[in-house]
Design a protein around this ligand. Sequence first.
Ligand code: NAD
Length: 462
Amino acid sequence: MADFDTIIIGAGPGGYVAAIRAAQLGQKVACVEGRETLGGTCLNVGCIPSKAMLHATHMLHETHENFEKMGLMGAHPTVDWQKMQAYKDDVVNGNTTGIALLFKKNKVTWIKGWATIPAPGQVKVGEDTHSARNIVIATGSEASSIPNVTIDEETVVTSTGALTLKSVPKSMVVIGAGVIGLEMGSVYARLGTQVTVVEYLDAITPGMDAEVAKTFQRILTKQGLKFVLGAAVQSVTKTATGATVAYKLKKNDTEASLDADIVLVATGRKPYTAGLGLEALGVEMGPRGTIKTDAHWQTNIPGIYAIGDAIAGPMLAHKAEDEGMAVAEVISGKHGHVNYGVIPGVIYTTPEVANVGLTEEQLKAEGRAYKVGKFPFMGNARAKAVFQAEGFVKLIADAATDRILGCHIIGPAAGDLIHEVCVAMEFGASAQDLALTCHAHPTWSEAVREAALACGDGAIHA
Ligand code: NAD
């Protein structure tokens, strides 16, 4: 008899969720994690600490921008960097210890250490080899750099180093205008750092609805971020005071450079699978270092599964969580399912940016007929009352059937508002279904309803 029904390798959002669900479904489960704390990149050095920093610096920004407008007078707060870091660490600790408690509650064994898979059905951690009927690889991803750039996590940092800088830098160059670059760039811009974002493409946030991306860039520019677009970074060289970023403009091959105290490399992430022994096992790999899986997250080796950032698809904690629950159901003899067409994406800047489903650009490329309902937050009373009236909701529906195909929001609480549309899409709802649903007044969510109304006979407040 095997030591465990299932051993999960990695305790990030994919792995710990898979472990809890498999245990809830009656399996004897172990989860191997080499970090000192559970929660993976997301809880330890990703989503959670960055949200703490975004919250603290948003509050600071509010005091400077809007407090006096509301009659809140007095000295503006100054930044105690050590204290802000301690707040962030407390938030992380609260979350990681919470997962340890959930493991105890669900009787999931945490095997501390780094795992290898010497043979199907076996997981080796240190000197001990454990057997299991199923193995789930949930090892996540790591930052991927670009040629001629050496990361030292002090001057030239990834998102991990950017969360623990010794002090607030005077200047920062961010390489890559993706999610990490813009979230962390926002944090430091609000702290007074001169932030310049250098991006290879001609627009920020690749893949995002073009109108949202344009509005987003305009708003961030107003907040003090500078952008150099269409620029391929060639190298980063450390100097006595910081580093120099050399880049080439794609349009005319002009070379230029920028000096900064800190350089944040945010050029994407790659699956983290090194050291597991996958090659010796003959596990088939897909493009860009991903592990190839079938529709049930099983690799070509029976009994070995993989989920999350280590396989194909968007590298998002919630996509990994969904796969974690689904794979646990599959290996428990149930029917796990993930609807990859309804996975929201959120950027936690101010304003937030969120999307789900298809963009106009994708629909045009597919030659499909669609209609767009757009509503600006300027027409939303609640947004205006709290100085967050920038941005809009854009709902896209099928031209013939009115079925919702996608939604793109830039504005207050966009990351929460998007879920109304996610649920609607899961139920195959039409724009009219949303439009006919009573929305409380005054809420930001009325903007979603107005966008749905705009898909039909028209919005009321625009
Ligand atoms: P990303 O893929 O979102 O963006 C990387 C950017 O770097 C791209 O715009 C790319 O064009 C640019 N780039 C690449 N090489 C370059 C070069 N030589 N010069 C200039 N620009 C260059 O990657 P990221 O922001 O590093 O994030 C990594 C992953 O983590 C993503 O999958 C992201 O979805 C995920 N993540 C998500 C969240 C969230 O959901 N809020 C937060 C953080 C990270």
